[in-house]
Design a protein around this ligand. Structure first.
Ligand SMILES: [Zn+2]
Ligand SMILES: [Zn+2]
Length: 254
């Protein structure tokens, strides 16, 4: 099976390190055949807000050009795809798509880091016990996926709900069922697993196993060397196996 990874960042998001070339070389070393870059997309904020975790609109052409050059240079060795990890913020989504339409973008993945406003208090990964917030996360993710704009759902279990487990399982089943119906694969996130974060979340993947979702692994690489760290990748496969899930290692986005 030819291995693919579509979740790779660049320093433009201000929390990743290493050049694009270093990511490409590391991926080749690991035997990855398809390498997708999906840095945090710019957001067309209209109120002057400047995000500290994503590239700016002005950086976008240079991001695309850099990857186009590398794609040409490494043709035959590795297939480089150009993407973004984007949020689904309903009122910003159309303007975002309008901006991204200007470029040869191969795919988007959905990473819902915020429900609504991009502020630390609304970060999906912040632990909370608000059922409404959990429900809202599931609602907005499903609504986003229904646009048909996204190739897969990154770290579906980023939302960190510390409340009633039954309610969590119920909401996550709803999310998994929607993804199955929409043919959207779910990502086991290598970064979360290797850093011992709250995701991947066992209770989430129990539901995904029951629903029978299509599952892939995303490296979520913020450093080049993680792409050639085989132990981390194997840990993701082993994690999936615990739930009887077989991951699709060579998933193709077209
Ligand atoms: Zn990131
Ligand atoms: Zn993410």
């Amino acid at each position: 099976m030819e291995r693919a990874n579509y979740h790779t960042h660049t320093p433009r998001c201000m929390h990743a390190i290493g050049s694009e070339r270093e990511y490409v070389e590391s991926a080749i070393q690991a035997g990855i055949k398809i390498l997708g870059f999906s840095d945090h997309s710019p957001q067309p904020y209209t109120d002057g807000f400047v995000s500290t975790i994503r590239m700016t609109m002005e950086q976008t052409p240079e991001y695309i050009e850099t990857l186009l050059r590398l794609r040409e240079e490494y043709a035959g060795k590795i297939d480089i795809k150009i993407g973004f990890e984007a949020e689904y913020i309903p009122n910003l989504f159309e303007p975002l798509m309008k901006e991204l339409e200007k470029y040869p973008v191969d795919y988007l993945i959905l990473g819902q880091h915020f429900v609504g406003e991009e502020t630390p208090s609304k970060y999906s990964g912040r632990i909370h016990d608000e059922p409404e917030w959990l429900k809202e996360y599931v609602d907005v993710v499903i609504e986003g996926l229904k646009t048909g704009a996204f190739a897969y759902l990154a770290h579906p279990d980023l939302i960190h709900f510390g409340g009633d487990k039954e309610y969590y399982a119920e909401q996550m089943t709803r999310l998994c069922e929607a993804c199955k119906k929409l043919n959207i694969p779910l990502e086991i996130n290598r970064l979360g697993l290797c850093e011992g974060r709250h995701y991947p979340t066992d209770l989430f993947w129990q539901q995904a196993a029951k629903v029978g979702n299509h599952v892939i692994i995303g490296y979520d690489a913020h450093q080049p060397q993680v792409l050639s760290d085989e132990a981390g990748y194997q840990a993701c496969k082993d994690y999936a196996k615990r739930f009887g899930i077989e991951v699709d290692e060579g998933y193709r986005i077209y």
